[in-house]
Design a protein around this ligand. Structure first.
Ligand code: C2E
Ligand code: CA
Ligand code: CA
Ligand code: CA
Length: 275
């Protein structure tokens, strides 16, 4: 038939079509991924820059696809947002992370990423409340990381949801700071508990004076607004020297540890030492 013929043609067409087809296949696989236990949570340390103590862990989602192997969240999160699966997946991440964290000996904070589509959902606060109740995790130990793209579409709506989340006792962090459109007005209008400076700027602090200036002025701005600031993507001692000198209190990056499964972090979450 004509349709079948077209499909065949599509299959051999340039890479754009192959990529689109590939995304469609991934979107279908995703729906079964949770039941098949293909998703896993990795955790990455967040450290106090002065004492070196671990103060929290960011939760980062991994997908071990049975055929493709590890698929990056950079690839599958946008697909999940497009096909609506992000709500189920996001709930699974939150629930799993809260249940895990509630069982640790040390009351470390966990930072969970929330996609723009999740933040737009009026049911998010009620679901977070239910997950906290179910897991028994103290709300003050949960930090939700949101990006500017999650709040620009409808600022008033986003602000309302954020206020409801904060009323539960949950903390809100502004993720990827500096990469959005209207960072300054956003900081003024939203009650953030933390600012995370995007790793794109940290990577440049030792060789690019513009990156250094942006990081320095963000730290000063955050301090004058009384909002704690964390630098992400800290990879070496030169980055650390710069950040310590500028007074950045929290750091996260490969220098302290890559994201890893909980089984490799037992001494961190259950040990007595600060590490
Ligand atoms: P993000 O929230 O900005 O997370 C930080 C990313 O930087 C992670 O990539 C982490 O592995 C990486 N990273 C950490 N330290 C360093 C470093 O020192 N150097 C470099 N070069 N990279 C570092 P990952 O795990 O691949 O996640 C990518 C993005 O996917 C995240 O960016 C986040 O936007 C999204 N993501 C991951 N998990 C989730 C999730 O559960 N829900 C949602 N909605 N998004 C998620
Ligand atoms: Ca994040
Ligand atoms: Ca980030
Ligand atoms: Ca990012």
């Amino acid at each position: 038939s004509k349709a079948a013929g077209n499909r065949m043609v599509c299959f051999y067409e340039p890479s754009m079509d192959v990529a689109a087809r590939d995304r469609a296949l991934l979107a279908m696989d995703m729906r079964n991924g949770i039941e098949r236990n293909e998703f896993e949570l990795y955790y990455q340390r967040q450290n106090n820059s002065m004492t070196g103590d671990v103060v929290g862990l960011e939760v980062l989602l991994r997908w071990k696809h049975p055929v493709r192997g590890m698929v990056s969240p950079v690839e599958f999160i946008p697909i999940a947002e497009k096909n609506g699966f992000i709500h189920e997946l996001g709930d699974w991440v939150l629930r799993t992370a809260c249940i895990e964290a509630a069982s640790w000996k040390r009351p470390l904070k966990i930072a969970v990423n929330v996609a723009p589509a999740q933040l737009a959902d009026v049911n998010l606060p009620a679901r977070v409340k239910e997950i906290l109740r179910e897991s028994g995790l103290d709300a003050s130990r949960l930090e939700l990381e949101i990006t500017e793209s999650g709040i620009i579409a409808d600022q008033q709506h986003a602000l309302q949801i954020i206020r409801q989340l904060k009323a539960l006792g949950v903390r809100i962090a502004m993720d990827d700071y500096g990469t959005g459109y209207s960072s300054l007005s956003t900081l003024q209008n939203f009650p953030f508990d933390k600012i995370k400076i995007d790793r794109a700027f940290i990577g440049g602090v030792t060789r690019n004076r513009h990156s250094a200036a942006i990081v320095r002025s963000t730290i000063i701005l955050a301090q004058s607004l009384d909002i704690p600031v964390l630098a992400e993507g800290v990879e070496n001692e030169a980055h650390m020297d710069f950040l310590r000198k500028e007074g950045c209190m929290e750091v996260q990056g490969y220098l302290f540890g890559k994201p890893m499964p909980l089984s490799d972090l037992d001494h961190v979450v259950n040990g007595d030492a600060g590490e």
